[in-house]
Design a protein around this ligand. Structure first.
Ligand code: NAD
Ligand code: ZN
Length: 343
């Protein structure tokens, strides 16, 4: 089969012919239909320090996908050929304390699809049946292909109650923008999103945020004044990984405000902890998706009118993967989809 392989320990990604993976007795073999490109894939492509320390070479990469089941192992009874599915990108151990308690998103020994084990940028992928999410047939295939990052957005956005609250999102990348749509759907009053990239702010505006602002042009204090807010944001979703954005957020939270942090800082960052203490802020780190509550919520929110299609800005054939990575790198994109259906 054709696959995008990190086959050399240097920048780049190579389209190669590799064997179709064999499903074990507990596995599901899936024909990949569409995939999404994630920032993680860009790190692997560019072969940065994180990728060098993490990725075994050679490896088929990619973890955002939708596909169709073509075969199941002999132990698999409740998945069938023809079903449209996505895969949860974290394969958990099943044996640690958290796994045994049903808190699989807190597994101590997670293995990442397309990071630690073979991924989805290929014509076929094999995953354990415990990692399969069967899609409701009403779900758009492009949206199904990005359930993984959509799940990051949902996990973060719903970590704290947002009904009637004023929400600040720092970082209008694809995940920040999807999170904005989610908190809107979940009944937030004001949704303010920040970014330093004007095309991303424009994309966020299309998704109907209250205010999309560049913090270099308007301060969050002025934004609060403009909206008639008195005491700061109730809920913060950090989705930039940027230290200045995070400090700005801390300084603009209401007393007792709650922050969910998804963005991954590239290095250590300092914070004025006095603001956290005196203002009694809660800061919650977020990793991955809840298995499978985030997946359930994604589905039912789409069924009840949430529309995230606007975050998808580019669609290419798998053969044009370089164009997809260029679009991702440009910063002028939201989500980029590769279609694997044409041979
Ligand atoms: P992205 O890189 O596309 O988006 C980040 C955005 O933050 C960019 O648009 C960038 O311009 C913006 N930004 C930079 N400096 C800023 C500043 N000072 N103020 C406001 N915005 C600023 O990433 P994404 O795919 O949308 O993901 C969001 C974040 O979540 C990334 O940091 C990513 O690494 C992280 N992530 C974490 C998990 C997890 O499980 N914790 C999973 C996926 C992604
Ligand atoms: Zn575990």
């Amino acid at each position: 089969m054709k696959a995008l392989v990190k086959s050399q320990a240097k920048p780049g990604l190579w389209l190669e012919e590799v064997p179709v993976p064999e499903p074990g007795i507990n596995d599901v073999l899936i024909r990949v239909l569409k995939t999404g490109i994630c920032g993680t894939d860009l790190h692997i492509y560019d072969w940065d320090a994180w990728a060098q320390a993490t990725i075994p070479v050679p490896l088929v990469i990619g973890h955002e996908f939708v596909g169709e089941i073509v075969a199941v192992g002999s132990n698999v009874n409740d998945f069938h050929a023809g079903e449209i599915v996505s895969g949860e990108g974290h394969v958990v151990c099943g044996r640690c304390r958290n796994c045994l308690a049903g808190r699989r998103h807190l597994c101590a020994h997670t293995s990442g699809v397309g990071v630690n084990r073979p991924g989805a940028f290929a014509e076929f992928i094999v995953l354990p049946m415990t990692n399969i999410w069967r899609h409701n047939p009403s779900i758009d295939l492009d949206v199904a292909a990005i359930f993984d990052p959509f799940g990051n957005a949902v996990h973060t956005a719903l970590e704290f109650p947002v009904l009637g609250e004023d929400v600040l999102i720092t970082g209008a990348g694809p995940i920040g923008i999807m999170a904005a749509a989610v908190v809107r759907h979940a009944g937030a009053r004001y949704v303010v999103i920040t970014d330093v990239n004007s095309s991303r702010l424009k994309l966020a505006e299309k998704m109907k945020v209250t205010l999309a602002l560049n913090p270099k042009e308007m301060s969050l204090t002025d934004a609060q004044k403009k909206l008639g807010m008195q005491e700061g944001f109730d809920v913060g979703l950090e989705m930039s990984g940027n230290a200045t954005a995070f400090r700005d957020m801390i300084a603009n939270m209401s007393h007792g405000g709650r922050i969910a942090m998804l963005g991954i800082p590239s290095q250590e960052m300092s914070v004025d902890w006095k603001q956290v203490i005196f203002n009694m802020l809660t800061i919650q780190g977020i990793y991955g998706r809840e298995m499978y509550e985030s997946w359930y919520k994604m589905t039912v929110m789409l069924e009840s009118g949430l529309d995230i299609r606007g975050v998808i800005t580019h669609r290419f054939s798998w053969k044009d993967y370089e164009k997809g990575f260029t679009a991702m790198r440009s910063g002028e994109s939201g989500k980029v989809i590769l279609d694997w259906r044409q041979p």
